[in-house]
Write a new protein. Sequence first.
Length: 317
Amino acid sequence: MIGAVLIFLEFITPTNFVLFAFGLGFFTLAGLTYVGLSLWVQILAFIFVVSLTIFLSYKFARKTTEGAKDFSPISVVGKEGRVVLVEGDKVVVRVEGEDWLAEGEGEFKGGDKGGVFGVLVGGCGVRVGNGKVEIITSVTSEFKKRGEEMYRKYADEISKVIMNGGDGVYLVVYPNYNMMISIANYLMNLPVRQVREGEVKHLPKLLELALTNKKLVIHAVSGGRFTEGVELVKDGKSLIKYIIIAGVLYPNISDDYVRDRIKASGLKDYTWMKIQAEMQVKQAIGRGIRGPEDSVNVILMDYRYSYLAKSWGLTSY
């Protein structure tokens, strides 16, 4: 019974094979007791089985280490994984079938279950960087509620964040170009430098703007270049300090390409759309977390995040 419990726990906790080894050890004890061997034989057999299992497990894990990819924060943000090796300053985390290797104490940050970013491993959090999440419920990007009145509300909320916030880059992500243009037009009079998706063709120019302005606001579209390719870093730290998600980042379901992808997935429309929205939000957040010491403020602007954020692992409430 004890052996079965320990082996089960090994599969749900990051234990470096130790529980599995002791589980086999207790199974061995049970078997030897059943056949009536002496206590000393049972103890020696227990020690041998546990030691051999741990040795072989680590030997196998080293092979996994050799094939693991170099650790990248964006690769694991918001995804669930499992620690398969901890040895000295080496940590291998298996995320969605792929192994990621980190070396050095700083690359993985341990936290509690409420940790916002990174890999959740069993009952213990392993996170990359730090973040604070705020949800604004007075606005929504729901199609039936879109219009100039709602766009003005969004502009007011975004303006408050920018004018009351600290220095750095503000990345504002919209579900589509129409919302970006409509809301950004209401923000034109803000006394800060602003750039819209498509205005700057070369990323070095964008980095120059980020370095020469105390506050830089980047208006970006979900799935666009600024959310998938931008990396604004100085001395190894991200310059993006605020990420504002202006609406739930659902794809356009009326688009033929989107319809084809939904059909190919075999999923129901809403299920597929929600998965895509989650991926886009986490990818946007990843723009502000390029290393273990980065810290970013995330503002989710849509009342639906009051329940989506928790289910996506972005908040613990």
